[in-house]
Design a protein around this ligand. Sequence first.
Ligand SMILES: [Zn+2]
Length: 250
Amino acid sequence: MFIVWGRKITRRPAGFVADYCGICREPKRFRLSRLGSVGHVYYISVGEGKLVGYERTCMSCGTFSPAAVSDYRKIAKTALPLETLKQETCPGLDAAMAERRALDERVKTAPHLLSPNERLGLIRSPFNLLSPKVEKRFASTNLDGGVVGAIAGAIGLMIVCPAVGAAISTEGAGPAMVIGMGLGLALIIWQFIAAGQRFMRKEILPPLAKALAPLKPSEAEIEQALRDFRKAGHKIGGKLKAAEILQSAR
Ligand SMILES: [Zn+2]
């Protein structure tokens, strides 16, 4: 018998903290998750597994990144209002963010007076922050409404095509079945590709555009960032076009 087993990463809620969000460009509330590496048999796992780290997810924009629990004075059990959460979990946040806020202020008021190096760093930063979300999405198979519809359509084609074939000629059912399967397969593949594009448009483009908008980047600057990420093997570099990012960031 073929047994599927191995290890997988599980996420467990670990509480709430306040921190700076590089996409929202301001202090935000974050949901903290504990990442555990746990053994599974047929993808069914028991327990929370060996601790491999923590992850924080911005409650405003949904962007997640690795987190160090030692950065916070304590972890809040509930999602308190931002100011209270800040005092309880990260009281030094405002002071620590002074330099960052000064830079954000310059981004807001005079983005073109930033040095080319500052601009490059600021343009790359949201790609870097959103890259883990893209990698996670494309590392596993995802069925959204379109893909499920395509599978249903493919099943329908395999029922309808042989019936139509048989009605046309006594030998028609076989070839019509092959045509139906081919069409069904093409439909599913097309929807799998489209599902990836839908994810990029819905989940990645809006926060990316929001973070880039104050910088008023040129198409060449975005192109450069995409190329760098592509070269470094990040999927985010190959799944978006500079022109569509630019259009959304206006
Ligand atoms: Zn955010």
